[in-house]
Structure formats: structure tokens, C-alpha cells
Design a protein around this ligand. Structure first.
Ligand code: SF4
Length: 461
């Protein structure tokens, strides 16, 4: 949680801020950035996952997994130097080395229990993802110890990608060399913005100098993939600032850039301040402005030789740069969630761990399950899930779903497809379902058209 001083300075900042972009607010209220989640990360929505479904995961773990079903590992590191004002994750900024060690020990114990289950025994991960929080917050020794123990339980010799999220200010040359040495193939730098004032206003811990230094080190180590994350529409961002960010990102020449549009979920500091001051609209650019900025970025990256490969990514060489974690996950792979609040999926069952570190560690300590909620999908929900997630790539092929599910999506989704076609967001050429650029820029909003009716308008938390 932010301290009182941070809270007060954010309050003052929000009170002083003018509309970030002239004319961008006060148009139609539905275009404003109001509180809530925009990004569709999974289907069915999390609010439908329940405690009652958890025993189904335990039943599944006593059975054997289908042969050739790919497996991935997600390991959650919930520590950060500072809590960003827009952050909606459960993160801890006050844990000492002993507490971090105890957490890592607990997550490894969780992994040991899973690795012995018939559903997982003998399987090897095709992909590993370290997310957070800030995985790069860990020290070199902690990282070596953690990854060594993980590999003892499930070797990484068949692993196609090891992805690792970093906060630039936590990286030293020595730590980066070590991250490369333990087998990380995709290093993702949470840059978000290059302007120190914007970084500070939004509560980020790092500054532009740290970005420069971390990026230069990382580049010299020749990671197979170096990604930088940007956010369009942070607090007080202007058109000029965004354009400078895009220029700067292009000049760094990364293999991959991920661009998010700023959203303000309910459990953020920004939302709490909105509540305290009785405001419904977040102090960030409205949705049309953010879409325009991402459109501008896509255009500039294309001019620089990049290809738009999803609603959020541009890559320099799409033949070489694949995002294995995303692609396996969106095609229904198993993902074993390790650590507090982690999300995963096993055999078509979605699951999430306890969201607070206290109950999480207590459960593991007692040798009990740390799973807090789950959802058993049916065949139709799995089809919808894969279809909407793959639409985020900008195009998907009906033949894939006919072969995998025995269902023609052109028939199953005839109604929403016709509607989105009429609106100019989608076109269908033979089996190819293609989003227009305008559709791609607001894909998360459009995906609700494919939801089962009782899943629409769900709170996405
Ligand atoms: S670095 Fe990421 S996880 Fe940590 S507080 Fe900021 S947004 Fe949240």
C-alpha cells in the first residue's frame, strides 16, 4: 500500500491536473476512462470462478494428462520497490530478505506437491513465465536458488521460452548476466514511459536514466528476445509526450514492444482517490484518445520496419520473434500457477491461488491446497475462450476451430460476426476472420459480443 505521503501527493496531483488532452474529455460519458477493467485476460470472467469448483482440480490431479498437452509454469513474484498508482495486483513493498526466502520456499513446496501428482508427474514445461510484481526484485542468490530448485523438479531441457518481467531500476549488470545464465530467453522491461515527470506522477519506482542503463546492459547480453512495455495514456500524458515515447522506443531498436492502453481497475490508488473526491472519470486520456495514440505508435513502428502482431504488440521480425507463452496459452495449453494470487489452467479447469500472502503461506505450510477459486469450463466455453483470445492477434482461421472443436465458428458466431462486420470492425475472407485496424485497437471492448449472455457485463476482476 502507498504511504500517507504518496497518497497525499497523488491527491494533490489529481486535484491540480487539467484535462490531459484538450477536448478529450466531456464528449460522451461512455468514451471516458471510468473505473473498471477493460482488458479481457480470460474467459469466462473471473467473477464466475468459485470456491466450490476447487475439488474438481484435485480430482483432475489424480488422473493422467492427455498425451502431448503442452504444459507451462507461471511463477509469481509479488514484490516491488514501490506500488504504482495504477497497479491492481497484490504486491508487497515492505518484505525483508527472510520473508522473501520464506515465500520462495513456500512456492517451491507448492510445486513439489504438484510435481508428484499423476497429472503432472514426468511432464516437462514447454514454457516458463516469471511474472509479478517484479521478478527482477529478487537477488542473484535468490534467483539461482529458485530456478535451480525448479529445474530439479521439472527440467527445462524441452522449454522453448523462459520469460521474465523486469523493473529497470532493479537491474544491475551482474543481475542481468545472471538472468541470462539461468536460461531466460525473453526479457521484458517495464518501461511504461520515458518521461521522468510522468513516471513520478504515476508512482513508478524507476526513472529514465535507469531505463537507459538497464536497456544497454540487456542489449549487450544478446537475449533472444528483448521486449519493452509502454502504456498509452498514463496520468498527465500529452500527445507530445506520447510521440516522444514512441520515437525513443524506436531509437532503442528492441525486437518487440508491447503497448497497453491505460485502464483504472477498482483496486488501484487512482480509483481510491477518485472515490474520495467523488469523481467518476479517471484523470487519464479517454478511450478514443488512447486508441488514436496506439494507432499512431503502430504506424510509426510500421514505418520503422516493425509488424503489428496483435492488439498490443509490434515486432521487428515476426518469423524469429514468437511469444510462446501467449500462443500456447491462447491455444488451450495447461498452465500450472505457482505462488500467491497466480492464475492458471489445467485440463480445461481455470484456477487461482489465494490472493494474500498470509493465507497462501499458511495453506502451504499445513500441506493444504492454496487454490482459492476455480471454474470448470465446458466445450463451448473453451471454444469461445480460444476464439476471443486468438482474435486479439488480429486474425484467426475458422479451420482451426473446426478441426479442434468440430464446430464452425462462422456458423456458431454468425450473429456477432455479422454485427461487427456491419460496424466495420471485422471482415471474413474464406476461412480467415480479420479485424480491421480500428477493430484491433478496441478489441477487448468488442470481445464481449462473443460471450454467453449470462457472462456479459461481468466485472472483470
Ligand atoms: S511494478 Fe508492476 S506489479 Fe509492481 S507496483 Fe508497479 S504495476 Fe504493480
Amino acid at each position: 500500500m502507498p504511504d500517507n505521503e504518496t497518497q497525499t501527493s497523488l491527491r494533490e496531483t489529481l486535484a491540480q491536473l487539467k484535462t490531459p488532452v484538450e477536448g478529450a474529455h466531456g464528449v460522451e460519458s461512455m468514451t471516458e476512462t471510468e473505473a473498471g477493467n477493460y482488458f479481457v485476460a480470460n474467459y469466462p470472467p473471473f467473477s464466475f470462478w468459485t470456491k466450490e469448483a476447487v475439488p474438481e482440480v484435485h480430482r483432475l490431479l489424480e488422473t493422467e494428462a492427455p498425451k502431448d498437452l503442452p504444459l507451462g509454469l507461471y511463477f509469481h513474484i509479488p514484490f516491488c520497490r514501490k506500488r504504482c498508482h495504477f497497479c491492481y495486483f497484490r504486491v508487497y513493498t515492505d518484505k525483508n530478505a527472510g520473508e522473501i526466502k520464506a515465500y520462495l520456499d513456500a512456492a517451491i513446496k507448492e510445486f513439489e506437491i504438484y510435481a508428484a501428482k499423476p497429472y503432472l508427474a514426468g511432464r516437462k514445461p514447454k514454457f516458463v513465465y516469471f511474472g509479478g510484481g517484479t521478478p527482477s526484485y529478487l537477488s542473484v542468490d535468490q534467483l539461482n536458488d529458485l530456478t535451480g530448485r525448479m529445474k530439479d523438479l521439472m527440467p527445462w531441457d524441452e522449454t522453448e521460452e523462459v520469460a521474465f518481467e523486469c523493473e529497470p531500476g532493479t537491474l544491475t549488470e551482474k543481475k542481468l548476466e545472471n538472468i541470462r545464465k539461468i536460461g531466460v530467453t525473453r526479457l521484458s522491461l517495464g518501461v511504461e514511459n520515458f518521461d521522468d515527470r510522468i513516471l513520478e506522477l504515476n508512482g513508478r519506482a524507476h526513472r529514465s536514466k535507469e531505463i537507459e542503463r538497464a536497456y544497454r546492459f540487456a542489449k549487450s547480453l544478446d537475449f533472444p528476445q528483448l521486449n519493452i512495455d509502454l502504456i498509452a495514456g498514463m496520468i498527465d500524458e500529452t500527445e507530445d509526450n506520447w510521440k516522444r515515447c514512441v520515437d525513443k522506443a524506436i531509437s532503442l531498436d528492441p525486437e518487440c514492444v508491447t503497448i497497453y492502453q491505460m485502464e483504472v481497475p477498482y483496486n488501484t490508488t487512482i480509483y481510491k482517490e477518485m472515490q474520495a473526491s467523488g469523481k467518476l472519470t479517471a484523470p487519464v486520456a479517454n478511450w478514443p484518445t488512447k486508441r488514436r495514440w496506439v494507432d499512431y505508435a503502430f504506424g510509426e513502428f510500421e514505418k520503422a520496419g516493425y509488424t503489428v502482431t496483435s492488439a498490443y504488440t509490434v515486432v521487428k521480425n515476426p518469423e524469429k520473434v514468437k511469444f510462446v507463452y501467449r500462443d500456447y496459452l491462447w491455444e488451450g495449453a495447461d498452465l500450472l500457477p505457482l505462488g500467491v494470487a497466480s492464475f492458471g489452467a489445467l485440463g480445461g479447469i481455470h484456477l487461482q491461488n489465494q490472493a494474500d500472502v498470509g493465507p497462501y503461506m499458511m495453506a502451504i505450510d499445513k500441506g493444504e491446497s492454496a487454490i482459492f477459486r476455480a471454474y470448470v469450463t465446458n466445450e463451448d466455453e473453451r471454444l469461445i475462450r480460444e476464439f476471443i483470445l486468438q482474435l486479439k492477434l488480429g486474425r484467426t482461421n475458422a479451420g482451426y476451430y473446426r478441426q479442434k472443436f468440430g464446430v464452425d465458428p462462422l456458423v456458431r458466431f454468425a450473429q456477432p460476426l455479422a454485427y461487427l462486420k456491419d460496424e466495420g470492425f471485422i471482415s471474413v475472407e474464406g476461412d480467415e476472420i480479420i479485424l480491421s485496424r480500428d477493430g484491433l485497437l478496441q478489441v477487448d471492448r468488442l470481445l464481449h459480443e462473443f460471450f454467453l449472455s449470462h457472462h456479459r457485463h461481468a466485472r472483470y476482476t
